[in-house]
Design a protein around this ligand. Structure first.
Ligand SMILES: *Cc1c(COP(=O)(O)O)cnc(C)c1O
Length: 498
């Protein structure tokens, strides 16, 4: 089974114009060629094809880092051939990962003495970190239930319906029921009170998101902690909290140091963060941090012999590259607290410039919050004739990649466009984007609506007379959104934003 779609499935051969200097016959697309190629030809073929990929710097859909300093790139290239798991061969890399874990745990206010070692691990990304944290909660809950002689075969986890797809993966792969708090129009994060209502004796943890993927908003972890403490006191349970700080973990400590969302709250037992998002490293690094040793069941940890000493590991995969760990260490010491703070402040300011520009058009409602992850999520005030998906399509022509998506239950009728502001998205680019969005709006205003039957709804009455009834704006909006959702699904775009 091929899991990803090719750009074009129709041609059996790749026709390569420039490489034909080295190559007489076309290259089969899906079969390994019989003979070797000259290295120049192989390079040329691949390099030419990749030109048609989007430009990562204009990819405003992603939180993932697309720019690092040349010095860091140099370290990354030099470490490309090091396997991270060879800890006895590369003890310094292992040491750098341990330093990163300790720095991040302290950034998240883990209760550690000056010289105490933090509990955490470098992963491929937040998804792996979340699988590990989820497993630790599941195992802890099972152990406790077993010790109490209670059933332990029906665990559940409580989240908002706005969770990133990796939580759904965790639930399905590791057989934990996912109990989602539904959203509502105008409120796109998990309501802590509703979450606590869903908690029962089988709940392994409540997962809160610091920086919802949909609109960047921080969930109220402090309120969740307080309400859950109350419930735990009443029931005698000890349901813990995990914070998915994939995007917000490197934002909140620098922009909102007073905000209590981390290990300062007693029920927060583990936190994940993506090093490759606002940790400012290229794709391939995430971190899982536990509050203390007690929160990570010993039986999940494997022990490798490391230079004769014991090296505990807790990861899903074995081999992986070392470069991202090294790059993370570079960013942490190169930027320091001050440097991260100014990068994040800059992102936040650029997000505000973009937001102000969009508001000035008078055509959009802003769905993101000013004090969250630096992004702007926005909907058309009126999408009866043209909608957000069309804007997204048309912006592609200017090179911009701005995704449009519908909100999850119960706000499916709302569609938003989202621009993530990363370090490399300058103020000039923000202003340029507003200009291009204005152009697209003007173009759309002069195009006929794709949704021809949007205004009225024809129905045959019992008496055979065709009645034209006016639909409510909401009904129309829902219908248009449904239609586009089907269209987008069919044209192989992912349905979840990441
Ligand atoms: C990006 C993201 C994830 C997944 O993180 P990866 O590092 O890409 O695996 C999980 N949760 C949230 C809230 C995210 O934004």
């Amino acid at each position: 089974m091929v899991l990803s779609h090719a750009v074009s499935d129709s041609d059996a051969y790749i026709q390569c114009t420039f490489a034909s200097r080295h190559l007489q016959t076309p290259l089969p697309r899906f079969k390994m060629p019989e003979n070797s190629l000259p290295k120049e030809a192989a390079f040329q073929i691949i390099n030419d094809e990749l030109m048609l990929d989007g430009n990562p710097r204009l990819n405003l859909a992603s939180f993932v880092t697309t720019w690092m300093e040349p010095e860091c790139d140099k370290l990354v290239m030099a470490a490309m051939n090091k396997n991270y798991v060879d800890m006895d061969e590369y003890p310094v890399t292992t040491e750098l990962q341990n330093r990163c874990v300790n720095m991040i745990a302290r950034l998240f206010n883990a209760p550690l003495e000056e010289s105490e070692v933090a509990v955490g691990v470098g992963t491929v990304g937040s998804s792996e970190a979340i699988m590990l944290a989820g497993l630790a909660f599941k195992r802890r809950w099972q152990n406790k239930r077993k010790a109490q002689g209670l059933p332990h075969d029906n665990p559940n986890i409580v989240t908002g319906a706005n969770v990133q797809v990796c939580w759904e993966k965790f639930a399905r792969y590791f057989e934990v029921e996912l109990k989602e708090v539904k959203l509502q129009e105008g409120y796109y994060v998990m309501d802590p009170a509703k979450a606590v209502d869903l908690v029962d004796e089988n709940t392994i943890c409540v997962a809160a998101i610091l920086g919802s993927t949909l609109n960047g908003e921080f969930e109220d972890v402090k309120l969740l902690n307080d309400l859950l403490l109350e419930k735990n006191n009443e029931t005698g349970w000890d349901t813990p909290i995990h914070v998915d700080a994939a995007s917000g973990g490197f934002i909140a400590p620098f922009l909102y140091p007073e905000l209590e969302w981390d290990f300062r709250l007693p029920l927060v037992k583990s936190i994940n963060v993506s090093g490759h998002k606002y940790g400012l490293v290229y794709a391939g690094i995430g971190w899982a941090i536990w509050r203390s040793k007690e929160d990570l069941p010993e039986e999940l940890i494997f022990h490798i012999n490391y230079l004769g000493a014991d090296q505990p590991t807790f990861t899903l995969n074995f081999s992986k590259g070392s470069s991202q760990v090294i790059a993370q260490y570079y960013q942490l010491i190169r930027l320091g607290f001050e440097g991260y703070q100014s990068v994040m402040e800059n992102c936040q300011e650029n997000a505000m410039v973009l937001k102000a520009g969009l508001e000035k058009t008078g055509r959009f409602t802003i769905a993101s919050k000013d004090n969250g992850v630096p992004l702007v999520a926005f909907s058309l005030k009126d999408n009866t004739f043209h909608n957000e998906f069309e804007i997204s399509e048309m912006l592609r022509r200017y090179g911009w990649i701005v995704p449009a998506y519908t909100m999850p239950a119960d706000a499916q009728h709302v569609t938003v466009l989202r621009v993530v502001v990363r370090e490399d998205f300058s103020r000039t680019l923000a202003e340029r984007l507003v200009l291009d969005i204005t152009k697209v709006l003007n173009e759309l205003d002069h195009l006929p609506s794709k949704n021809t039957n949007s205004q009225s709804h024809h129905a045959m009455g019992k008496d055979g007379v065709i009645k034209v009834s006016k639909k409510t704006a909401l009904e129309t909006q829902r219908e248009v959104t449904d239609l586009w959702k089907k269209f987008v699904m069919a044209s192989k775009k992912p349905s979840k934003v990441c």
